[in-house]
Structures are given as C-alpha cells and as structure tokens.
Design a protein around this ligand. Structure first.
Ligand code: NAP
Length: 298
C-alpha cells in the first residue's frame, strides 16, 4: 500500500510538487505557514493541517520545500514542529536548498534523537520543472531511504540521483547553482550586447540557442527577459542565498571562485532593488545593466 505523504512549504516549487503528488494518487497532508496557499490543493483532495506537527501525525513520509536553513530548522524542531508528533519509522525528504552543513546537522539529530531518516533532495528545473514534474533531484542519504523515496521522486521529477551521504545532495546543488548563476550572467551580457549592436533579439536568440551557446537558461529565461517578465520563477534572493552557500563551501575547501564572488556582489546589488510589491527573479540581472549600474572599466 502506498505511504501517506505530507508536504510542508507550498510556495512556487512546493505548491506545484504537491499537486503532482496528488495527481500521482498519493493521500496527501499539507501545511503552509501562510494559510491561503493551500486552497487549490484542498479542492483537489489534500487534507490541510494546521501545523507541521499535525502533518507528521498523519504521514509516514514528510516532504519539505522551504526557503532556507532557519525555515527548515523551525519546521522540524521548532514550536509545533515535526518532531513533536513523529510516527515511528518516518522519513523526512527535504527538497529545500540549504547549506550542506545544516542538512548534515538535521540528519544526524533526527537519526540520533528521533530514530527518523532524513534525505536532502534539492531540485533543479525551475518553476516550470516543478509544474511539469520534470525536476532533476540530487539526493543525499542512505540507499534504503533513497529506495523508499523513489515513488515520491518519480511523481515530482524526471531524474533522481543518489549522490552520497546526507549533505551530498546540497553539495551537488551548490555546483548546479554556480553553473546556473554564471549562465544567467552570460545570457544577460549576450542580450545587452546584441541589443546595443542593433541586432534583432528574437533572431539572435534563435540562432545562438541551436549552437554551442544553447542552454536551459537561454531556453527558459531569455524569452521571459525579452517579454519584460522579470518576476520569479526563482527568486533573485534565493540565488544570492545559494551563491553564499557555494562560496562558503569553496572557502572551506580553500578554493577561490572569482567569477562567483563577482556574481554574489551583483546579486546583492540586484536584491537591494526588491520591494514587497516588486519581486525579482534570478533572470532579472539585466535590471542592473539597464539602470546604468554597470559602467565600463578599461
Ligand atoms: P517560495 O515560493 O518563496 O516558497 C518558500 C516556502 O517556504 C513558502 O511556503 C514559505 O511559507 C515557506 N517558509 C519560509 N520561511 C518559513 C518559516 N520560517 N517557517 C515556515 N515556512 C517558511 O520559494 P520557492 O521558489 O518555492 O523555493 C523553495 C525552495 O526551493 C528554496 O530553498 C529554493 O532555493 C529552492 N528552489 C527553488 C527553485 C525555483 O525555481 N523557484 C528551483 C530550485 C530550488 P509562506 O508561504 O508562509 O511564506
């Protein structure tokens, strides 16, 4: 019999992933800090719970998709948190992008004090991948827990890979984010150059996308930039969070990452432009160039 699944954190990613779990036929128990985000799932058959602890009381497998380390810590260990109601033999699957060290700490505390399994399982593929269940999942954990999580992974993603022990999924995601951030910067400078040179942007994109410059970023983000749609998708502030995680890990390894350091400064500048009514996606880096914040140096 299929396990009962819980899902906590129904933002851009979690809301769509939870919907795909419902479509796959799982019995689903959901919670979100801000209540309004559960109504579409409730109308499709999910049971809405009033706290993470209430989800843990119902589900054998509890999925999380939250903003950062402190959100995951408080949902698991905080007031009304999962550990207050854990069922024997539960598994927690954390789809959030957090620091590898935090993932290791949560996994070890859950195993030692609560006899509960934990897998870090950050995802890549964006809001579109979450909607279409085509995410790439980078898991860290024990192989029997990975096997147990497979039915969930198959419902939300196209490919799930066990990359090593707990924390390895987050390390792999850090690699992913370094590459994505640099690719977004490459797209931005390419589009700015094409525009300044008087080229037709649609034609330019079409040509370069089918050559060596082609990438997921060009296919998915460049059309949004051309349409003037700079909303998240993937929040610019989350890209900044992810660059900080990756650069901190690289520092610990004694590895310099000069291009990523520069991107961290650019995203810091971009995020300073955000307001509650003006949220920016990670593809909005072009705002900095358009607003004259980039000056030419020799
Ligand atoms: P989002 O739309 O901002 O959703 C964040 C979720 O976390 C919301 O449900 C939010 O609840 C919850 N949350 C934040 N702080 C909390 C706290 N202290 N206690 C309880 N709940 C809290 O972000 P998202 O784009 O779905 O991203 C979620 C995670 O996936 C992040 O780690 C992100 O880096 C990662 N990710 C995102 C993408 C993407 O393209 N969007 C792709 C890959 C990975 P409220 O609704 O109450 O604010």
């Amino acid at each position: 019999m299929a396990e009962r699944i819980g899902f906590i954190g129904l933002g851009i990613m979690g809301g769509a992933m939870a919907e795909n779990l419902l479509r796959a036929g799982f019995e689903l128990f959901v919670h979100n800090r801000t209540a309004g985000k559960t109504s579409h799932l409730e109308s499709e058959g999910a049971v809405v719970c009033d706290s993470p602890a209430a989800v843990a009381a119902e589900a054998q497998v509890v999925c999380l998709c939250l903003s950062n380390d402190s959100a995951v810590r408080s949902v698991i260990f905080g007031d009304g948190g999962i550990v207050q109601n854990l069922r024997y033999g539960s598994l927690i699957i954390d789809f959030s992008t957090i620091s590898p060290g935090a993932a290791r700490e949560f996994g070890s505390e859950l195993s030692k004090s609560y006899k509960t399994a934990f897998i870090d399982a950050p995802v890549s593929g964006g809001d579109i991948g979450a909607k279409n269940a085509t995410l790439s999942i980078m898991a860290g954990g024990a192989s029997d827990d990975f096997e147990r999580a497979k039915a969930v992974f198959e419902a939300v993603g196209r490919k799930a890979t066990l990359t090593g022990p707990v924390g390895s999924g987050q390390l792999t995601k850090a690699v992913n984010q370094l590459v994505v951030a640099i690719t977004v910067a490459a797209m931005t400078e390419g589009l700015m150059f094409a525009d300044k040179a008087g080229l037709n942007l649609e034609t330019t994109l079409e040509v370069i996308s089918s050559g060596a410059a082609g990438s997921w970023t060009l296919d998915n983000y460049a059309p949004r930039v051309l349409a003037g749609d700079l909303k998240p998708g993937f929040h610019a502030r989350n890209m900044l969070k992810d660059l900080r995680i990756a650069i901190r890990e690289a520092d610990d390894l004694g590895l310099p990452l000069p291009v990523s350091d520069l991107l961290k400064s650019l995203y810091t500048g971009l995020c300073a432009h955000e307001r509650p009514d003006f949220e920016l996606g990670n593809h909005a880096l072009i705002e900095l160039y358009r607003n004259g914040l980039m000056t030419k140096s020799n």
